[in-house]
Design a protein around this ligand. Structure first.
Ligand SMILES: NC(=O)c1ccc[n+]([C@@H]2O[C@H](COP(=O)([O-])OP(=O)(O)OC[C@H]3O[C@@H](n4cnc5c(N)ncnc54)[C@H](O)[C@@H]3O)[C@@H](O)[C@H]2O)c1
Length: 169
């Protein structure tokens, strides 16, 4: 029971968000905001899916070691960087000939509407997908400029990682 209870929520939601909802492919770049029980399982799912660059973002430096145990390749503490987290992550995800930057996939695992916006805006123009997993406080609203969507980003959400409980768990 001590293991099955995790599969009944965190593992299925995190791995499901990667595999069922975002449909991450091999070699992808990804950013995971919030490295609690959900975020660590998103990292685990990204590793299973074969993502190349898995950036974890958390305000708590103690989460770095946990993230690494689950497959995180880079860690960012937003309190310890100069300036805004979005351009910082966009810059980090510039690879090879791609000088635009932005992650192929981003995940909010905090429930903060501010972080949800950052996650969307840190995804790649043209094809980036950003998945809202965190549950925001009652009555809160998300916002961004429509430009962020019309330039090809997809904002999506997941419940229980899109899993069919009876068969998938
Ligand atoms: N969609 C679903 O089906 C589903 C299922 C389960 C849980 N959830 C939700 O997922 C969220 C995460 O759950 P959890 O158990 O992992 O929570 P948690 O509290 O264990 O982890 C949240 C993490 O986010 C970090 N964090 C907070 N603010 C941050 C910020 N501004 N920038 C970066 N990191 C920040 C915290 O330091 C913490 O490590 C919750 O909102 C929960 O309700 C959703």
């Amino acid at each position: 029971f001590d293991k099955i209870c995790y599969i009944g929520c965190g593992v299925t939601t995190g791995i499901g968000a990667v595999i069922n909802t975002a449909k991450v492919e091999q070699g992808a770049t990804a950013v995971v905001f919030g490295l609690g029980g959900i975020g660590l399982n998103v990292i685990q799912g990204l590793r299973l899916a074969g993502a190349d660059m898995i950036i974890g973002v958390d305000l708590n430096n103690d989460k770095k070691e946990w993230g690494e145990r689950f497959g995180m390749t880079h860690f960012v503490n937003p309190k310890e960087i100069d300036g805004d987290i979005v351009p910082y992550l966009v810059n980090m995800t510039k690879r090879g000939a791609d000088q635009i930057g932005g992650a192929d996939y981003t995940f909010d695992c905090t429930g903060s509407t501010k972080v949800m916006r950052q996650a969307l805006e840190a995804s790649h123009r043209g094809w980036g997908k950003s998945v809202v997993i965190g549950v925001a406080g009652a009555g809160q609203e998300i916002s961004t400029r429509p430009f962020q969507l019309v330039t090809g980003r997809t904002w999506m959400g997941t419940a229980f990682g899109g899993a069919r409980g009876r068969t998938d768990v």
